[in-house]
Write a protein that binds this ligand. Structure first.
Ligand SMILES: Nc1ncnc2c1ncn2[C@@H]1O[C@H](COP(=O)(O)OP(=O)(O)OP(=O)(O)O)[C@@H](O)[C@H]1O
Ligand SMILES: [Mg+2]
Length: 237
């Protein structure tokens, strides 16, 4: 249990491009420990979402090794990967990704439908997650009846409902005004500090990245800089 939460060794992602291949990731080495809060920055097209999707087992590398809690993820079958994803990882997206004609509580319950939990246990988990995000009053509303910030709080409740050890957030405040963004970032920070949930956050904005403990900068599919709050900084070789 003492291995780092996440270890990436030489992770590559390539796509066929005519005779050649296009490399969205060109060899990423990265270690993320438990309760870390990492911001991934870098220009558009640098590979941030690709990296996050690989971390979240939504996408798979074409080269390199990914160890999650010491276990080689690529050695698992698709079904085992999906199970691991649903148990350990919660996602939050820029566009909230809530189902439209589905109530807030049903949206939050969705990840639990793939587990063996009883109906009563599921209801209990949904209550807990909605309560934590201060959204229990809106449980019977549709997402379209909520503000952007409220929708993102529901999306975070949905991400939390399986008690994940990691939350992956791809520009979670990209569609929100600055006050609501700060509120959402405070929630993520609280989850990180009080529940030791590891957060990996993609953002373009420095004031959003400022909530993190550590920053990595991607450029053209490579990590070109890393900094941490304790002051250490290194440029990649
Ligand atoms: N399915 C695909 N086929 C081919 N190329 C792809 C595919 N998906 C992503 N790419 C390319 O990989 C590169 C990295 O994309 P990615 O979405 O990770 O960038 P990003 O850093 O998240 O950018 P943004 O800030 O605009 O969201 C881009 O050049 C993109 O065009
Ligand atoms: Mg992106």
């Amino acid at each position: 249990m003492d291995s780092p939460l996440i270890q990436l060794f030489g992770i590559e992602k390539s796509y066929p491009a005519g005779e050649d291949a296009f490399f969205a990731l060109k060899g990423i080495d990265l270690i993320i420990t438990r309760a870390d809060f990492v911001a991934v920055m870098g220009p558009s097209g640098s590979g941030k979402s690709t990296l996050l999707n690989i971390l979240g087992l939504l996408d798979f590398p074409t080269g390199g090794r990914y160890l999650l809690e010491g276990a080689d993820v690529s050695a698992l079958r698709k079904k085992e990967q999906a199970l691991l994803r649903s148990r350990k990882i919660g996602f939050v997206f820029q566009s909230f990704n809530l189902l439209a004609r589905t109530s807030v509580e049903e949206n939050v319950e969705l990840p639990l439908l793939y587990t063996a939990l009883s109906r009563q246990e599921r209801a209990h988990r949904v209550d807990w997650a909605l309560q934590l995000m201060g959204m229990q009053d809106k449980r019977r509303n549709w997402p379209s009846q909520l503000s952007g910030g409220q929708q993102q709080r529901v999306a975070i409740a949905r991400a939390l409902v399986n008690h994940p050890s990691i939350i992956l957030a791809d520009e979670p405040t990209g569609n929100l005004d600055s006050k609501t963004s700060a509120e959402i970032m405070n929630f993520l920070q609280k989850l990180n500090e009080e529940r030791a949930i590891t957060v990996v956050l993609v953002t373009h904005e420095h004031d959003i990245a400022a909530y993190s403990k550590r920053w990595i900068v991607l450029s053209d599919g490579l990590i070109v800089e890393q900094f941490s709050r304790n002051g250490s900084s290194e440029a990649a070789p």
